[in-house]
Design a protein. Structure first.
Length: 322
């Protein structure tokens, strides 16, 4: 089969398109004929050699959508539409950057849809992350206010739509004033230009602060995000767009306001359910949710797609059609 293989840690050009052996069936695992997959920033870190425990060469890809080629357990029928995400996929065992992927049963989610594969490919990991961050971590409720830090990211754009649909008022941020209209068109009630600190601007709009913050930039802006919350408000750090993992100067009693709450979301396949995924796919099919897909690449173009992601050129989800 054809696969995009990361032969060792390095730049995007380290990914080679190779003919490799199709994975051999084993009990408890299913073989998926991959139709499409979304690209994820964590794959960029893995390619650079920054994911602990990952050895090379490796077929990356933490998610895919496709059809069942063979399921020795008989749980799924051949040709059935499925998604697979996480559980070590593309890290500890070969993942979605290939014509076929062998994955454990517990990370497989069946669905039925008429949507094109490039649309379906954008969904699983993006939806799992947004739904888990908003509902499981931040426990959002209608009537609340939500600040999305890193609003133009694909996660941020979808989070805005799901929060608005649940009756929240949303402030989205971008560093780039030219992207203001894109955020408004996506449903944001307010847009704030982020030059590193936004707390003063947020409190001009909501003097008491916001109920919830979805922090996608990470440690670089976390302290300022904590300054944006109302009493008993909550910040959830889900993203690390600022490329800084560790915060060197943090004083919990001081940086977290009294009664304020700070959490993180690191989604796994167990955070998703078959029903949640199918319901979301149905919403996309009905057109009530609009996915922001920036570009669709071919499997042969995975190195180019990684470079595109590295250069921060995307204004939405990147998808590869196999
Ligand atoms: N925790 C989890 O389970 C999980 C799962 C999936 C993804 N994530 C994380 O969620 C975040 C968003 O992912 P994504 O794929 O949606 O991202 P994306 O679409 O690639 O985000 C692109 C946007 O990020 C902003 N950005 C880029 N570099 C930045 C920097 N240095 N400082 C501030 N903003 C910067 C830019 O916004 P502007 O130019 O408009 O400012 C750009 O439009 C990532 O950190 C990703 O790793 C987490």
């Amino acid at each position: 089969m054809k696969a995009a293989v990361t032969i060792k840690a390095g730049a995007p050009s380290i990914i080679e398109i190779q003919e490799v052996q199709q994975p051999a069936l084993k009990a408890g695992w299913v073989l998926i004929a991959v139709k499409a997959f979304g690209l994820n920033r964590s794959e960029l870190f893995t390619r650079r050699g920054e994911s602990p425990g990952v050895s090379f060469p490796r077929i990356q890809g933490i998610e895919c959508v496709g059809v069942i080629k063979e399921d020795p357990s008989g749980t799924y029928t051949n040709g059935q539409q499925v998604a697979a995400i996480m559980g070590g996929m593309g890290r500890f065992f070969d993942g979605g950057y290939a014509e076929y992927a062998l994955v454990p049963l517990e990370i497989v989610f069946p669905f039925v849809s008429q949507l094109p594969w490039e649309t379906l490919g954008a969904i699983p990991e993006m939806f799992q992350t947004v739904s888990g961050s908003l509902n499981q971590a931040l426990e959002i409720k209608g009537g609340e206010t939500l600040l999305i830090r890193g609003g133009t990211s694909s996660i941020g754009m979808l989070a805005c739509q799901l929060a608005r649909a649940k009756g929240l008022t949303v402030i989205s941020t971008t560093r780039n004033p030219e992207k203001k209209q894109a955020l408004t068109s996506n449903g944001a009630d307010h847009v704030v230009i982020d030059s590193g600190t936004v707390a003063a601007q947020v409190r001009e709009i909501f003097p008491e602060g916001v109920h919830k913050v979805l922090e996608l930039i990470g440690t670089r802006t976390l302290k300022d995000s904590l300054k944006c919350i109302a009493t008993k408000g909550m910040v959830c750090m889900t993203g690390i767009l600022g490329n800084e993992w560790t915060m060197h100067d943090f004083t919990p009693m001081g940086d977290i306001p009294s009664l304020g709450r700070l959490t993180v979301y690191m989604g796994e396949s167990k955070n998703l359910s078959k029903n949640l995924l199918q319901d979301f796919i149905n919403e996309v099919e009905r057109g009530t949710i609009k996915l922001n897909i920036d570009r669709v690449f071919k499997l042969e173009d995975v190195p180019v797609a990684h470079q595109y992601m590295e250069d921060n050129k995307a204004k939405g989800k990147l998808v590869v059609l196999v």
